[in-house]
Ligand binder design. Structure first.
Ligand SMILES: Cc1cc2nc3c(=O)[nH]c(=O)nc-3n(C[C@H](O)[C@H](O)[C@H](O)COP(=O)(O)OP(=O)(O)OC[C@H]3O[C@@H](n4cnc5c(N)ncnc54)[C@H](O)[C@@H]3O)c2cc1C
Ligand code: FES
Ligand code: FES
Length: 1357
């Protein structure tokens, strides 16, 4: 048995009694799967529903995180619901669901609802509406929408907007998914919406205010119901054609079940009596409700429960009743039902008495995502006793009573006495939580409210939550009170001192507020280094929530003697989001195929689950699964590695490490500097560094064995942050600078010189498909085939050949598609490929490995954190004179691509501003963190962030609007950058103007100011941010590409090129280019994969240059073919089909295959002398954003964003819009919610999954999200294919407009309380940073300063 955290030892007699007790239980699971009956006589007790489904070949359901945080594994489980007595179609995270939970139910997967040939309307509309890019999230998103429609065939817009709170997508920016999904909603079912293929509904055109002409018919003030509208050419949604709920399941007899093996047994009692009997003979049997806590413990903490008891099918635990004085709910009602029950309870008891239920409802609104709420239960929330559980404070504050039952007794446990310590409760070991009695509030004088603040609004656990209750008499004297908080201590806790202080006080006496705030400070006197960090912020939330509550109660009391601070009341709410795009932008230059909007060629396959990713490939005969043994230390000597216990475990086959390589040199990899090893040898330099790989017959067996590997370390000192690296002079050799003019003199001569520090955190790629590889040795000649999720097949081939000790011609690397890349698979994928290949060679068997999300985050690098110390000289007129800056990037433990990343940051540190004298220097901090790597933008966003930071701070110093400062300094056409490149086709000034006009920036800015004058705690801010992004690899040799085009004599065309498809639509664009060039319809051209045996020596798909490079290589090949076909065109006429042409040419023995090639002309920058051209051209853009922040909590929303990009003559505007929206939202995440944290004590990364690391969700996107591409200009100097510009990376920096709008709002917030000092705001602007940047009295009193030598709990590097 692998060591893990194992349940307490159980006496053998208990085990025996249990088997006697459950002897009569049935062993067979019976359920329906996509309409077909399934009977499992020997179900594997250790598999989840996801593992089962994928094991039977239903690979459409994806594994994205295994922790319920991404929704990629969403399936629908239809069941008769014992609480509501109706059939409910629950969207469920298959990664958490135990197989036992589906007995008697109907499991529906993405394959069950449609196929490419016969798609479901949801699949079709998301595919055609460009709602799928890489497609890895798509099946889950389809299933969430499907669940909504099954439960509510006529959903409202609001239902649709909320349907995806348990799903994440990293590619699309969500807008197109929502647009497609809204076509099913009742309200926006207008045929004019762009998502319906119309020219734009009045709603889109008029903005939010007007509403849609079809929304309602205002005649006589009556609102008419609008029928659903099917977009032209789309399949109509007919609810009556859906898969039926199998009639036999209606009669399904829920029998008690018991099945399993020696290691693990599952029990599924169906009566409370059976459950209590089990608990009485076997108290440590683990109760499983929704499994949303327990499966995470099993997967990530190695908990092993030998006996698990699923209680989800015990009707007694899922009942509820309205009693005169209280609501009683069964312990295991699902949270979705609890929402309904709470709503009904508010109606039943009325608004006043129903306050506790309204508070429950409020907490449930932002409790996890729908998939979790569909299975999670209040008993699970209570028994987990997490200090941040959302329901627990409400239960405690409302004086709920928990009814605990064991076989021989029922006890009532008051909630106030339930939590005993960190995750310890007073529940007796043999008892279960049967029900919870929640008292209704009194008809008069009682007030109860609940609050929660998290890093992200949707699907996030609280930082602090609370439920605050008071009872006042007629003179407003406090008779009772319960101020209960989560997130402030190891348990849900009452603020005892504040409670004491409050009792007997007069609520309306202003001194009461002050006294309670003081007492709260004492109750929550957090120290700076408190576990969980954020001492100041958490304290400020505790105070802020009370301040809100105090005023809410005052407002209800409606007394005149005391002034209510009405603006502290309420929370930021979102409207139904919407947006518009200019679909006519390319009309002027459209050709037959190029320039037209066309969906991603694989979109339909992705929406139906037919698209295959690495882990979907069928298992090869004899295949083994690998799992890496990773360092748990940031820097240490490896004293010993003992794998003996691991190798003894069931299913384990072998262990591979550096000794298995052909020679020590084969262990080294990395480009351009080969400074990293595949396997650690005798020292580890970062936590997460691979030491070896265990091979076993299943992934789970390998995972268990990895836990049993004993590594003994000897700690060495470690460096984490850039500041530490500077102090200790820990740098890599790479050092570059750009020096133009005479900076020193300009600084001396200027009117003003300002200095500052600009700090920007890194970013996790969070592609939905983690790194994956399958290495298949061939029987002959040491050949190997490597299926890798890589942006870089050629380098993969090179290094696989190296670890095998063979020449490159023996290795083929194949890439069908990736579930997202964003730069994270440009080099870091090679690590896994090299290790899998070495393992496959050692055992001469195929080896597969798909990293768990936490392993992926720990091993595969991120966007670099940057620190810049800048000095800028500026004259009185606002003209910039000089920039002098030291730019440091945290490279991590090896160099990877860090040198090129910092180089690009240097070249982008001018932003879009003309600075005559520039001296910028870049260095790479060498630290003991993960090796940082390419990430969309590749240092460009970091460079431009420096520029917009100094622009903002200078404007504040000079006291002029930053918009004006930008105007004064913005490059004019033909001006020269600091690396001496002339700006041709320069459209930023034009777009800056257009965006201001189109977004009515001036008017809205004034409105913003008005709003800020009248709102004390909520502030609005705006920003308009320009971007210029240089396109070309800075390593010149990479600017080349190849293509291979075959025309078969049936006229079909097979295209291969060097670029890989990761969702960005590259293959779609390349097919369009080939089709246009060869004058064939688009569907005559097919791309099967990217492989090193069709196109050799490819550059990685990166730098936004892949369409330019591969597109021209394809064009070149097609030109050769056209030349050869010309005589046949002449002979057969211009109408001749490709079939006729190819046929004729073939019989004339004409070569119908061509190899195309392209290299970018002109470029050739030389670092140092500052000569030569750095970039082929610049992609440009401008974005205006408006935000609102709640300064009492740090909560915020983006009200509106208007983006305009110059992408030249777009090859496919639909794909380009997808890139723009997706990059913008990714950029917004970078600059706001996405914060990477390390545990200071262990040196390990803390933000290792969606639970702790927050990428934007559906309801984080701008409420109004408008995107356009520049039109009606000429691109005279643009010598790219179709004169298009690369678009993948450039829009990412546009997300910073949200950051700078937040900064603007913060300036107003600070001024409100007299703080005039220029704000230095580091990125990301998290809720914590927003709140702690304010200057009000509450934050001041909440501020916690470190004691001498005290360090924070978390580190940012
Ligand atoms: C992605 C994600 C997001 C989440 N977001 C939130 C959030 O926003 N807020 C929040 O508070 N929580 C959140 N959680 C935590 C979790 O979902 C909740 O705590 C949920 O209520 C647990 O219920 P469950 O039935 O799934 O528990 P399970 O995992 O089934 O069980 C949890 C514990 O409760 C015990 N238990 C279950 N039923 C009983 C019973 N009847 N009697 C005695 N013991 C019992 C189990 O033995 C186990 O110890 C989240 C979890 C995930 C995975
Ligand atoms: S894989 Fe299940 S939620 Fe992410
Ligand atoms: S399309 Fe959603 S993650 Fe890629």
């Amino acid at each position: 048995m692998a060591p893990g955290l194992v349940e307490p030892a159980v006496a053998p007699e208990s085990v025996r009694s249990l088997s006697t007790l459950t002897n009569e239980y049935d062993e067979t699971l019976r359920f329906y799967l996509n309409g077909t009956k399934v009977r499992l006589d020997r179900a594997d007790p250790e598999v989840t529903l996801l593992e089962y489904l994928r094991g039977v070949g239903l690979t459409g359901t994806k594994l994205g995180c295994a922790e319920g945080g991404c929704g990629a594994c969403t399936v629908v489980v239809s069941q008769y619901n014992p609480t509501t007595k109706v059939i409910y179609h629950a969207s469920v995270n298959a990664c958490l669901a135990p197989l036992v939970s589906v007995d008697g139910k109907h499991v529906i997967t993405v394959e069950g609802i449609g196929s490419v040939k016969r798609p479901h309307p949801v699949q079709e509309r998301i595919a055609m509406g460009n709602g799928s890019q890489c497609g890895f999230c798509t099946p889950g998103i389809v299933m969430s929408m499907y669940a909504l429609l099954r439960n509510k065939p006529d959903p409202s817009e609001h239902d649709v907007e909320e349907a995806f709170d348990g799903n994440l997508c990293r590619c699309t920016g969500y807008r197109p998914i929502l647009d497609s999904a809204q076509t099913f909603s009742k309200k926006s079912a207008c045929e004019k919406t762009t998502s319906n293929g119309g020219s734009g509904c009045c709603m889109e055109k008029n903005g939010n205010g007007g509403g849609c002409c079809k929304d309602k018919d205002n005649v006589d003030g009556e609102v008419k119901d609008i029928k659903r509208f099917t977009p032209p050419g789309f399949i109509e949604y007919k609810p009556d054609t859906e898969l039926i709920f199998p009639p036999s399941l209606r009669k399904h007899e829920f029998k008690a079940l018991a099945f399993g093996n020696k290691r693990k047994k599952w029990f599924r009692p169906v009566t409370l009596q059976q459950l209590l009997e089990i608990k009485s003979v076997y108290p440590s049997a683990k109760i499983i409700g929704g499994s949303t806590e327990t499966q995470i413990e099993v997967k990530f903490k190695g908990m092993q429960y030998t006996a698990s008891v699923f209680v989800g099918d015990i009707p007694e635990l899922r009942q509820f009743s309205f009693e005169p004085e209280h609501l009683e709910i069964g312990g295991n009602v699902i949270l979705t039902d609890l929402e309904d029950i709470a709503k009904k309870a508010v109606e039943h008891y009325g608004e006043t008495r129903g306050q506790p239920f309204a508070a429950i409802l409020k907490q449930l609104r932002y409790f996890a995502g729908r998939q979790i709420r569909n299975v999670g239960t209040p008993a699970g929330n209570l028994a987990t006793a997490s200090p941040i559980s959302d329901l627990n404070p409400v239960f405690v504050a409302s004086n709920a009573v928990l009814i605990a039952k064991s076989l021989d007794q029922t006890v009532e446990l008051p909630m106030s006495e339930f939590f005993k310590g960190y995750r310890v409760t007073s529940l007796p070991p043999d008892a279960i939580i049967a029900s919870i009695r929640i008292p209704a509030a009194r008809p008069k004088g009682e007030y109860l409210r609940a609050y929660k603040q998290a890093k992200r609004k949707d699907d996030d656990i609280a930082i602090v939550n609370s439920a605050l209750r008071v009872v006042l008499d007629d003179s407003h004297i406090v008779k009772e009170c319960d101020l209960v908080y989560g997130g402030m201590a190891p348990i849900t806790i009452s603020a005892k001192k504040a409670d004491e202080v409050l009792k007997g006080k007069v609520w309306t006496d202003p001194a009461t507020l002050e006294a309670v705030m003081n007492a709260l400070e004492e109750d929550f006197d957090l120290r700076f280094g408190v576990p969980g960090g954020m001492a100041t912020y958490r304290k400020s939330l505790a105070l802020g929530f009370f301040y809100k509550f105090y005023n809410e109660v005052l407002a209800d009391l409606a007394v005149e003697i005391v002034k209510v601070d009405h603006q502290a009341i309420g929370e930021i709410e979102r409207i139904i989001s919407f947006g518009k795009k200019d679909h006519d932008a390319s009309l002027k230059y459209q050709q037959k195929i190029l320039g037209k909007e066309a969906p991603h060629v694989a979109a339909m396959k992705q929406c139906t689950g037919e698209a295959q990713y690495i882990d979907d490939l069928p298992v090869h005969q004899n295949e083994l699964f690998g799992r890496m043994v990773l360092s748990s230390k940031a820097h240490a000597k490896i004293v010993s590695v003992d794998v003996s216990a691991a190798l003894e475990l069931p299913g384990v086959y072998d262990y591979v490490d550096h000794t298995c390589l052909p020679n020590p040199e084969a262990n080294w990899w990395g480009a351009p500097v080969c400074d990293e090893t595949f396997f650690a040898v005798d020292e580890v330099f970062t936590a997460g560094q691979p030491i070896g790989m265990i091979l076993a017959d299943t992934s789970v067996h390998a995972e268990n064995a990895v836990r049993a590997v004993k590594v003994v370390y000897e700690d060495l000192p470690a460096i984490f942050t850039i500041e530490e690296a500077i102090e200790k002079e820990s740098f890599f050799d790479h050092y570059r600078y750009i020096n133009k003019g005479d900076t020193e003199k300009a600084i001396k001569d200027a009117d003003h010189v300002f200095t500052g520090v600009c700090r920007m955190g890194g970013q996790e790629h969070f592609y939905l498909e983690t790194q994956a590889c399958l290495a298949v040795p061939k029987p002959e000649d040491d050949e190997m085939e490597v299926f890798s999720g890589t942006q870089n097949p050629a380098e993969t081939q090179t290094y696989v050949a190296q670890v095998l000790g063979v020449a490159a011609n023996k290795v083929v690397c194949r890439v069908k598609r990736m579930g997202g890349g964003f730069g994270g698979k440009e080099t870091r994928s090679i690590q896994l490929a090299g290790i899998c290949a070495a393992a496959a060679k050692k055992v001469n068997r195929p080896v597969r490995c798909m990293l768990n999300r936490d392993e992926d985050i720990m091993t595969s690098g991120q966007r670099h954190a940057f620190l810049t110390r800048w000095k800028v000289a500026v004259n009185k007129d606002g003209k910039l004179q000089a920039l002098d800056a030291d730019v440091y990037a945290n490279a991590g433990w090896s160099q990877d691509l860090s040198g090129a990343v910092v180089d690009r940051a240097l070249s982008h540190s001018d932003g879009v501003y003309m600075i005559p004298n520039v001296h910028v220097r870049g260095r790479l901090a060498k630290t003991n963190t993960v090796s940082n790597t390419a990430f969309r933008g590749f240092g460009g966003p970091q460079g431009m962030f420096i520029s917009e930071t100094y622009m903002s701070e200078i404007a504040d110093h000079l006291n002029i609007p930053v918009e004006k400062l930008r105007d004064i300094n913005m490059y004019k056409p033909g001006e020269i950058t600091h690396y001496n490149q002339e700006l041709k086709d320069w459209h930023v000034p034009l777009m800056y103007k257009q965006v201001q006009e189109e977004s009515e920036y001036e008017r809205r800015r004034q409105e913003c100011e008005e709003f800020n004058k009248t709102h004390k705690w909520n502030k609005r801010g705006m920003a308009i941010i320009p971007t210029k992004f240089g396109i070309s690899f800075t390593a010149i040799f990479l600017n080349q590409a190849g293509a291979l085009v075959h025309i078969y004599h049936d006229g079909s065309i097979l295209l291969a090129h060097g670029g890989t498809e990761m969702g960005q639509g590259l293959h779609t664009k390349m097919i369009m280019i080939a089709a246009e060039a060869l004058k064939v319809p688009q569907d005559a051209v097919f791309i099967s994969e990217t492989a090193t045996n069709t196109v050799a020596n490819t550059s990685s798909t990166a730098a936004s240059a892949s369409s330019d490079l591969n597109g021209y290589a394809i064009w070149n090949a097609c030109e050769q073919l056209n030349e050869r076909l010309e005589p046949y065109r002449q002979k057969l006429g211009s109408d001749a089909t490709m079939k006729e042409l190819a046929h004729a040419a073939y019989f004339d023995r004409v070569n119908l295959s061509a190899n195309g090639f392209y290299k970018t002309p002109d470029i050739g920058y030389v670092w140092g002398p500052n000569t030569g051209q750095m970039f082929f051209y610049f992609t440009q853009g401008v974005t205006a954003a408006e935000v609102e922040i709640d300064t009492l909590t740090g909560d915020w929303t983006c009200l509106r964003a208007d983006i305009k990009m110059d992408v030249g003559r777009s090859i496919n505007p639909a794909i380009d819009y997808g890139q723009i929206e997706g990059a913008f939202v990714q950029g917004q995440g970078l600059f706001t919610t996405e914060e990477l944290l390390w545990h200071r004590a262990s040196g390990q990364m803390f933000t290792k999954g969606p639970g702790a690391y927050k990428i934007p969700g559906f309801r984080d996107i701008p409420q109004e999200f408008n995107v356009s591409i520049l039109k009606d200009v000429e691109w005279e100097n643009l010598r790219t294919i179709q004169r298009s510009r690369g678009v993948g990376e450039p829009p990412l920096f546009m997300g910073s407009a949200v950051f700078f709008a937040i900064r603007d709002a913060l300036q107003a917030a600070r001024k409100e309380f007299g703080e005039e000092e220029v704000l230095q705001l580091y990125s990301p602007a998290t809720v914590e940073r927003i709140r702690t940047s304010c200057a009000d009295p509450i934050i001041k009193r909440a501020t916690v300063t470190p004691k001498e030598g005290e360090k924070s709990f978390f580190l940012t590097i």
